[in-house]
Design a binder for this molecule. Structure first.
Ligand SMILES: *Cc1c(COP(=O)(O)O)cnc(C)c1O
Length: 384
């Protein structure tokens, strides 16, 4: 049995069995050097030159990520956005991109501007509707961007069916799997070409590192172009952050399992709550894509859900103002529970209803999280 040939949980806990080479320390070393000594004969026989190109601190983290996502290789970036941006920067004017109407808003906004600036054709479609995707892919396309589950309404998309359609249209499929994490969903095994993660969220899990990653199915020419894009563009993760990320990842399985089971408990309980008129969570049997969710996320439906408050925007904002355990903050995937009125942060033009609160469920005692939220919902209803 090797450290590679075991369950995801064991691979995570032991970070694939990595040791620090000089002293056999159980935690790999951090390599702060930005530059390396050139040989007397003017060569670089050890292969290291400058740490914008590569840094040995990244490598155990990248190996672990590739292993978790069942990919050929992984690459760390300075943020999730940097990882996503690198993907689109490999395109040329005239290229065509299909992306979800409802997705991580900062990326959607950036993508709109970037496509306009560089004369790329962007079509936003409801990726949960296979016929819409099919008609978008009736024309040659370069990239299909997907997100599972998609922020903040938690729609799902059929990655396997879309990957087949995409192949016929000549497109590559890239999946933002930040919310699912490799613990719950491995898009490459469903036919996607590339996975993107904001490692700022669940992978690190402690709200103290900004990082991103790409994981590829094959180390092909496109992957080489992406490596070159990171090296030249310089969106590299600092070695201290890479080391801290690896520490966070060792507990990924436990954190995701807890967040996921607490989210299901909260979704079920909040469905019965008088002040809540709708709970959006793929784990609920009345979610329109529950059957797909069971196939795509067989080990849990994730730690993210949204609720729509019966008293509208004032009720939603008033609830967020009154919680004591839930912190009002953006971001997700940390050990502490967060809630956010998404329409406020996304601004005008957002497709998110203004009565919606997005909940990122942490690893606290779930009954306490529920009680805190219930009190806040009731008090905000009284004062609406
Ligand atoms: C946060 C997030 C991103 C962006 O990642 P950063 O690390 O903040 O740059 C992209 N996609 C999703 C789904 C996210 O939640």
């Amino acid at each position: 049995m090797s450290a590679y040939n075991v369950s995801r949980q064991t691979r995570l806990a032991q970070a694939l069995g990595v040791l620090e080479p000089e002293h056999q320390g159980l935690v790999p070393a951090v390599y702060p050097a930005t530059t390396y000594l050139r040989d007397a004969d003017n060569g670089y026989s050890r292969g290291r030159v400058y740490s914008r190109a590569d840094n040995p601190t990244h490598e155990p983290v990248e190996r672990l990520l590739a292993s978790l996502d069942e990919g050929a290789a992984a690459m760390l970036f300075s943020s999730g956005m940097a990882a996503a941006v690198a993907v689109f920067q490999t395109l040329r004017p005239g290229a065509r991109v299909v992306a979800p109407t409802v997705m991580y808003w900062a990326l959607r906004n950036w993508l709109r501007e970037f496509c306009e600036q560089w004369q790329l054709e962007l079509e936003l479609v409801d990726t949960s509707d296979l016929t819409e995707v099919q008609s978008a892919l009736s024309r040659p396309t370069d990239i299909v961007w997907l997100e599972v589950p998609a922020n903040p309404l938690w729609h799902l998309c059929d990655i396997a069916a879309i990957s087949e359609l995409a192949r016929a249209a000549g497109a590559r499929v890239v999946v933002d799997a930040t919310v699912a994490t490799p613990v719950l969903c491995r898009p490459l095994t469903w036919g996607a070409d590339l996975v993107m993660h904001s490692a700022t969220k669940y992978l690190n899990g402690h709200s103290d590192v900004v990082a991103g990653a790409l994981v590829t199915r094959s180390a092909d020419d496109w992957w080489q172009a992406l490596l070159q894009q990171r090296k030249a563009g310089g969106a590299v993760l600092g070695p201290a952050d890479a080391s801290q990320l690896l520490r966070g990842m060792r507990t990924l399985q436990l954190r995701v399992q807890q967040a996921s089971s607490s989210a299901l408990y909260l979704a079920q309980a909040l469905s019965q709550e008088p002040g809540v008129h709708e709970v959006l969570y793929p784990g609920l049997p009345d979610h329109p894509q529950h059957q797909l969710a069971v196939r795509l996320l067989p080990d849990g439906f994730g730690g993210m859900l949204s609720i729509r408050l019966a008293g509208g925007a004032r009720h939603a904002i008033g609830t967020a103002a009154r919680t004591r355990l839930w912190h009002r903050a953006t971001s997700l995937g940390g050990v502490e529970s967060l809630l956010e009125h998404r329409a406020s942060i996304e601004g005008p033009g957002s497709p998110v209803p203004d009565d919606l609160l997005r909940l990122s469920v942490g690893i606290e005692e779930p009954a306490e999280l529920l009680a805190d939220l219930r009190e806040a919902i009731a008090a905000a209803w009284e004062n609406r």
